[in-house]
Design a protein around this ligand. Sequence first.
Ligand SMILES: *Cc1c(COP(=O)(O)O)cnc(C)c1O
Length: 334
Amino acid sequence: MNLARFPRVSLAHLPTPLERLDNLTRALNGPEIWIKRDDCTGLSTGGNKTRKLEFLMAAAQAEGADTVITQGATQSNHARQTAAAAAKLGMGCHLLLEDRTKKTEFDYTQNANVLFDALHGAVIERCALHPDMNGEMMKIADRLKAAGHKVYAIPGGGSNPIGALGYVDAAMELVMQANTARLKIDHVVHATGSAGTQAGLAAGFAGLHSDIKLLGVGVRAPRERQEANVFQLACATADLLGMSGAVKREHIMANCDYVGEGYGFPARSTIDAIRMLAKLEAILLDPVYSGKGMAGLIDLVRKGYFKKGETVVFIHTGGQIGLTAYASDFLTNG
Ligand SMILES: *Cc1c(COP(=O)(O)O)cnc(C)c1O
């Protein structure tokens, strides 16, 4: 896996810390729990999209693009990190934000990620829930091209094989850190959405012949669809790396029992997990992704799926700026 042959720009603070969660481990009395702080990647409050954007923005530059375009939900962390990356690299940025929740509060529609999008100078367009957001985005890209721009389109979540390289790199970084710390990792757990994070990790672990078990906790799609999306992208990422066939279907596991009402709606278990980590570890999770991922981890420890004597690493994928868009959920939920 020779990642250095792919164009890359430096955007993230790497390596991100790998830390033991002593208080959570003690409270749950199960496996030893560690956290990989990908919320600390540094770019405009950080998060997992920054690793992907190191490869995606370099690809945009290599094609001579002056503008990038991407899409996501109103409170998309990916859109915010893309806007920040474009600002830093002196490129234009267009965002198409989809209203997936019909929330009307100012904090949701204008604050948090949306505020940062605007501060970074992105042009924001909005649309209602749409089955083909990447298609809608390409219509805007065509309009920008007709106006003379050289446009590079980044799919939702930055999830294509180029973006997933960021998480191939993260897999290598994590295995290296664990070796240095003499830490035997049994499981890695994280929130999975547009699939690039899990696909990159799966391809990276396969390329390293690591026996670490990877579990994505879903935030939107049902399990079968989520696993199929991740598997397809992991295989395409392996192809790009010249290691076709390395990722096996049985390497791809998702648990989608913690979605609750749907994408962008924190479940009771999400709120509880956010409160628990904030109080026990002074770590802030987010209401759309990492809070659901941690709710899954906590419940699966309690159910005995992760056992005493094992080591579980939770990848904190960021997004905590989104908490301010959801303040009312915390005030009304005890
Ligand atoms: C995008 C995102 C995820 C999910 O990552 P995917 O690569 O889209 O599966 C998880 N957590 C946060 C905070 C995110 O913004």
